[in-house]
Design a protein around this ligand. Structure first.
Ligand code: TRP
Length: 332
């Protein structure tokens, strides 16, 4: 073990969809070689969802179940809720003293997102939202993590994290913080069942925790080649959502399926039936694990508590070094 230290987090905004499976599989691989910390970042969720927090409890529970279902090992790495390790907040505060506001306003995603949320008539021009990347840097650096598995959309945030680390080390003549690198996973670009971007708000997503029946319904909704009316009309797999999924989840049969689609040998109904079976094969072990944990709410609490305790142990050490170099620990 220990190629280094990994931190990653997800905002508890609802059920994970099947596209996230490859993210979690990547985390599971990292668990084998790195000291990992995985956090459900509820404070980050609050930066945009502060007005309505009614789903927070359930979202956190769902996220933990999705993680455990996917096979994350809570005995190898702490799985915990961000707000249960207060050191994230202390480091966030201390970083916020050192970072120029202009650095934050310059983050390319910031103005875009403010605009986007405005379109949904949501005002996120808050202090907390501006500080989103500072909190994210605190999440990572409080464990002095050097490796951060994230999607490309987070690269700008990670760049800011490195700048913060460098600035802190320079200001206080220390070498407490590493400059963490992103670890980009190969994540397949999955469309939603209607061919648009997969998103809960379009109701075109496939949740990781979907039952057999839900899988059938979702696959049923998938858009196929509209020119195919009868089952032996020749089809064009390149404009078919079912085919995109087959190419990711059914690599073994994909060539045959494409050939038979083009030749009009296999109809959309059959093709969808096969896809549903393949997805069920993948999801069955996840469902089983998920069910196991779902029946044990006490165990879920214990996992989060132990996770927070173990994470805190490391975070406390970092903060003690930080207070020391900043000269805010009483020494007389
Ligand atoms: N901003 C990340 C996202 O939306 C979530 C996150 C918060 C995170 N803190 C983090 C990811 C620290 C990696 C490391 O996906």
């Amino acid at each position: 073990m220990s190629k280094g230290v990994v931190f990653s987090g997800m905002r508890p905004t609802g059920k994970l969809h099947i596209g996230h499976l490859s993210v979690l599989d990547n985390w599971i691989d990292l668990q084998k070689e790195y000291r990992c910390y995985f956090s459900i970042v509820d404070w980050h969720a609050l930066t945009t969802a502060f007005e309505n927090t009614s789903n927070m409890q359930e979202n956190i529970r769902m996220m933990l179940l999705d993680w455990l279902g996917a096979g994350l090992d809570f005995e190898k790495s702490p799985l915990f809720i961000q707000s249960q390790v207060k050191e994230h907040a202390e480091l966030h505060l201390l970083f916020s003293m050192t970072i120029p506001v202009s650095w934050l306003e310059r983050v390319p995603t910031y103005k875009d997102q403010i605009q986007q949320f405005k379109l949904q008539s949501k005002d996120v021009a808050t202090y907390g939202f501006l500080g989103y990347p500072v909190l994210m840097a605190a999440d990572i650096l409080v464990y002095r993590a050097d490796t951060v598995p994230v999607g490309e959309d987070q690269l700008a945030h990670l760049e800011l994290c490195r700048e913060l680390a460098r600035r802190f080390n320079y200001l206080y003549k220390s070498d407490i913080f590493p400059e963490p690198k992103a670890k980009l996973a190969q994540i397949p670009l999955l469309p939603g069942v209607d061919g648009r971007k997969m998103s809960k708000s379009y109701n075109n997503d496939i949740p990781i925790g979907a039952t057999k029946k839900e899988i059938q319904e979702k696959v049923q909704m998938m858009i196929t080649d509209p020119a195919r009316i009868k089952k032996n009309d020749p089809g064009n797999p390149d404009i078919c959502v079912v085919n995109t999924y087959q190419s990711i989840y059914n690599k073994k049969e994909i060539d045959e399926i494409r050939y038979n689609c083009r030749a009009g040998n296999i109809g959309c109904v059959m093709c969808k039936k096969r896809l549903a079976e393949v997805l069920d094969e993948i999801l069955d072990p996840l469902r089983e694990r998920r069910e196991y944990y779902e029946k044990r709410p006490d165990l879920l609490c214990e996992i989060l508590e132990t996770g927070a305790k173990n994470a805190r142990e490391e975070a406390i050490k970092t903060l003690s070094l930080v207070r020391d170099v900043m000269n805010i620990a009483v020494k007389w």
